[in-house]
Design a protein around this ligand. Structure first.
Ligand code: CUA
Length: 332
């Protein structure tokens, strides 16, 4: 091979690498990590990306060089010369991808093992998915419609579902875990910075899938301890509000007082209007019926069989009364 060709090939390779590196670095592909597991996953991502950029530069430079130098003349109809190939090259080049892929799988296996390790004393939070809401239950038995986590401590989420398959995802924590009925799937998270990040359902689970969202508040350890001892800020308001959040009503319904913006079911800010249209007795009785027997009356413009029929069995009677009172008190 001539020296000039090598220089030209290398120049093409450098140009291809520069373009690929610019695309990799200038586009924000990943949200900034907020957890140790996410940092490790980002490392695997960049490790793999670096290998891909190397392979891309070699392939792109050889391809461009061949098209440029060995292009057939437009009137040349002859066959190319017979070649035997290059035995040494053919032996060497399958080894290169084999080594690279093995390296990626070793790095991935190490990260996977580290990310699954919850340490000796993790905080355990039970995560329950239903169409279309999340419930987070703490060791003291209290439940919330949103997740609160301490910084710099392992938390083991025990994820399950009551109806169909959902999937738990916080982009800043980088991991997804399926919520499967009849099964508990673990997910270890170790937050590294405070903030509020979205909790997203990332498995198509029905009409309200796109709205099946909550959030995670990551607090310093001291603030988290205060939050846990005080029973959580959700209980600072009306007891019915806590029930509303615990059973995830806001996933499907709008209620300004609860900060809920769901659009699947009727807007609960307009509950009095709906009750007047329905002619189904007193407001409280109508609210209770709508929760316990949702298909007894369907508000005009809303499809039947969307509201889960089992809230009557899920919500204890005392809490159900609190919820009914709360919704009646907020109705306009
Ligand atoms: Cu739950 Cu999508």
């Amino acid at each position: 091979m001539r020296r000039g060709s090598l220089i030209q090939l290398s120049a093409l390779g450098l140009i291809a690498a520069a373009i690929a590196i610019a695309v990799a670095l200038l586009v924000p592909w990943l949200p900034p990590a907020a957890g140790k597991e996410a940092e490790r996953i980002h490392f695997v991502f960049w490790f793999t990306t670096a290998i891909c950029i190397g392979v891309f530069s070699v392939v792109a430079s050889v391809l461009t060089y061949s098209i440029w130098k060995f292009r057939v003349k437009s009137d040349d109809m002859s066959d190319g010369p017979p070649t035997h190939g290059h035995t040494k090259l053919e032996i060497v080049w399958p080894e290169v991808p084999a080594v690279l892929v093995t390296a990626i799988s070793i790095v991935s296996a190490v990260v996977l093992a580290q990310n699954g390790n919850a340490g000796p004393n993790p905080l355990i939070v039970k995560v329950t998915a239903v169409q279309f809401a999340w419930t987070f239950t703490y060791p003291n038995g209290k439940s919330y419609g949103y997740l609160t986590l301490p910084e710099n401590r392992h938390t083991k989420l025990e994820i399950t579902s009551k109806d169909v398959i959902h999937s738990f995802w916080v982009p800043e924590l980088s991991q997804k875990q399926d919520a499967v009925p009849g099964q508990t799937n673990p997910l270890v998270v170790t937050p590294t910075r405070t903030g509020t990040f979205p909790v997203i359902c990332t498995e198509l689970c029905g009409l309200g899938h796109a709205l099946m969202r909550s959030h995670v508040d990551i607090l310093t350890e001291a603030k988290f301890d205060t939050w846990l001892k005080s029973g959580g800020s959700a209980n600072a308001g009306a007891p019915g509000l806590a029930v509303f959040q615990q059973f995830g009503c806001g996933g499907c319904h709008t209620l300004t007082a609860a900060g809920a913006g769901g659009k699947v079911g009727p807007d609960l800010d307009k509950l009095k209007q709906f009750a007047a249209q329905a002619h189904r007795g007193a407001l409280a009785a109508f609210i209770k019926e709508s929760i316990v027997k949702p298909d007894a009356y369907i508000a005009p413009g809303y499809p039947p069989n969307v509201m889960p029929p089992n809230f009557g069995a899920q919500i204890p009677p005392a809490q159900l009364d609190q919820l009914v009172q709360y919704l009646a008190s907020q109705a306009k």
